[in-house]
Design a protein around this ligand. Structure first.
Ligand code: SF4
Length: 415
């Protein structure tokens, strides 16, 4: 029996898909990249954007056509599925299943075998990489940002026991993994008895071995000085942070229910740069949030000028039914949202290039994760993309690279 898996969304969904694969492979299913030879198709969906939801609707129609020639095909939908969408999708899929219920998949597809785990996070994943591993430390979110559906699909925060996390990471390091991504919707609020996020970082940092520790996502309101100190003290924690600001205007931040001010945010970045001078910082920002005026947007432009981000993920606001913001008028036109996106992108290109130019002639360590012909791509400690030409296979290797050329979003280098 063969299965094909399709994943939408963030690293957490990739990690969830690795657990879905583990359950299926435990039932002796083999993975196929060819959808037409699959006996079972699993889709791990994302509900954060309407466009991702629409793509799943498109897939459901495609599966109906495949079933005309392959009536035995089973289709499963899981991941971040909104309650209201579950009913809609139950017409297009044989089974719509909460990710937390994935351990019940054997029963659902008519197999006797049971998967005896308390939490779906206890399932040992089928890691999709041999050198970089996603390790969820918590799931869910208590924050209810006005634009976000995540708290409605993933429900409240649950932290994974620290002993389970440490056990998994120790095993990964023993088997040669070089990069550990600690995942959660808000890793900064991790709490298991008296182990909080800074303590967890220190425990993982003390595991012997040559590996990097990275984490995502961080919420600015929970990103405090103890975390900054732990990042500075733990040499295996890479000097990179994604801290989603979402807006550079206090009124918009309040409307977004973000619980910090622009001043708080800038203060945290200042302290972080004082303690970790070589840190690279990226952010997430939403342009065209309901009611965002041109003047308020200019405050975001000003923040970009002040912070000089290394990278930013700029999103045009899109209405998600069920969220608090969905009740507000989507007042900024599509054209204006595009303009605001372009303004920030141009500013980002300038500041990122300025910073990258300073790296030409320096050396950096890179973990290579992709190749196209003889060109190898990887991320350095600051999570910057580095391209190197090599006739030798560099995949999965941590190597010292000399930077020879800078672009806004990539660095070229040589071994
Ligand atoms: S912190 Fe806000 S944006 Fe992040 S998952 Fe929670 S509600 Fe969504």
């Amino acid at each position: 029996m063969k299965y094909h898996i399709i994943v939408f969304g963030c690293q957490m969904n990739i990690s969830d898909a690795e657990r879905v694969s583990a359950v299926l492979e435990n039932l002796k299913y083999k993975k196929t990249l060819n959808i037409s030879e699959a006996d079972l198709i699993a889709v791990v969906m994302c509900s954060v954007r309407q466009s991702a939801v629409d793509r799943v609707h498109g897939l459901a129609q495609k599966f109906e056509k495949i079933k005309a020639t392959n009536p035995g095909l089973k289709t499963i939908l899981t991941g971040c599925v909104l309650k209201k969408d579950k009913k809609i999708f139950s017409d297009g899929f044989d089974c719509v299943l909460d990710i937390k219920e994935i351990k019940n998949l054997p029963k659902i597809i008519g197999q006797r075998k049971t998967f005896d785990k308390d939490s779906y996070l206890d399932i040992t994943p089928k890691y999709s990489s041999k050198f970089s591993a996603n390790v969820p430390i918590m799931t869910g979110c208590n924050n209810f940002c006005a634009y976000c559906v995540v708290p409605y699909v993933r429900e409240r925060e649950v932290s994974r026991p620290a002993v389970e996390i440490i056990k998994e990471i120790k095993h990964l390091i023993k088997t040669g993994y070089k990069e550990i991504w600690l995942l959660g919707q808000n890793v900064n609020s991790y709490k298991d008895k008296n182990t909080d996020f800074p303590k967890l970082l220190k425990i993982i940092n003390n595991i012997p071995g040559n590996f990097w520790i990275r984490f995502t996502s961080s919420h600015p309101k929970d990103f405090d000085e103890r975390i900054i100190d732990a990042m500075a003290d733990c040499k295996k924690v890479t000097p990179y942070l994604n801290l989603a600001v979402q807006s550079g205007d206090n009124k918009v931040l309040k409307a977004m229910n973000r619980h910090y001010t622009v001043e708080d945010y800038k203060n945290k970045i200042k302290k972080l740069r004082e303690k970790i001078p070589d840190i690279a910082i990226s952010t997430d920002v939403i342009v065209g949030f309901p009611g965002e005026t041109k003047k308020q947007f200019e405050n975001t432009v000003k923040l970009f000028k002040d912070i000089k981000y290394d990278m930013a993920y700029i999103n045009k606001y899109s209405r998600r039914v069920g969220t608090a913001a969905a009740k507000l008028k989507d007042s900024v036109s599509v054209v204006e949202k595009k303009r605001r996106e372009k303004v920030l992108t141009e500013m980002l290109k300038k500041t990122a290039l300025e910073k990258n130019k300073k790296l030409v002639g320096t050396e950096t360590v890179v973990l290579f994760n992709e190749n196209r012909g003889d060109n190898y791509f990887g991320k350095n400690e600051q999570y910057k993309t580095v391209k190197v030409a090599s006739s030798k296979n560099l995949l999965g290797k941590l190597l010292k690279i000399k930077i020879t050329e800078a672009n806004p979003f990539t660095l070229n280098g040589k071994l």
